[in-house]
Design a protein around this ligand. Structure first.
Ligand SMILES: [Zn+2]
Length: 137
């Protein structure tokens, strides 16, 4: 009986390692994609790999071109913030993999369901905590 339990734990541990590896690959791919998108319209802050600054587009000097520039810049700023925040989530998830705390909810210290991590590899909290947080707001 005791043996059976010990074996089970070992198997679970091994599965988890493979799962974490799988999530790491997803996260690295996502990081590459986000950085690629950010680089198309913004420059990287050389002192901080998570920080990008949207470039001001130069379309011309006519009035409508100037208006277009401002509109494009404002769209890019919004997009930059969205992508940057996604990139930060990905980077902190990769850091948690390095530290061996990946998949643990930051609020209740329980394991986050694999299904949730598969859907959002950057998740840092379990569904229950996320739900109670959203309800509080
Ligand atoms: Zn939790």
């Amino acid at each position: 009986m005791l043996f059976a339990t010990a074996n089970k734990i070992r198997i679970n541990h091994r599965m988890k390692k493979a799962f974490v590896k799988e999530m790491e690959e997803l996260l690295l791919k996502e990081k590459e994609r986000l950085e690629g998108e950010l680089e198309q319209f913004s420059t990287k802050n050389p002192d901080n790999s998570d920080d990008y600054n949207a470039k001001f587009p130069n379309l011309g000097d006519k009035e409508d071109e100037n208006a277009e520039e401002v509109a494009t810049y404002s769209t890019n700023l919004t997009l930059e913030r969205t992508l940057e925040s996604a990139l930060r989530d990905v980077n902190s998830a990769l850091k948690r993999i390095e530290e061996g705390t990946y998949g643990i909810c930051k609020y209740c210290d329980k394991q986050i369901a694999e299904k949730r991590l598969r859907a959002r590899p950057g998740s840092s909290s379990c569904v229950e905590c996320k739900k109670s947080l959203t309800q509080e707001i």
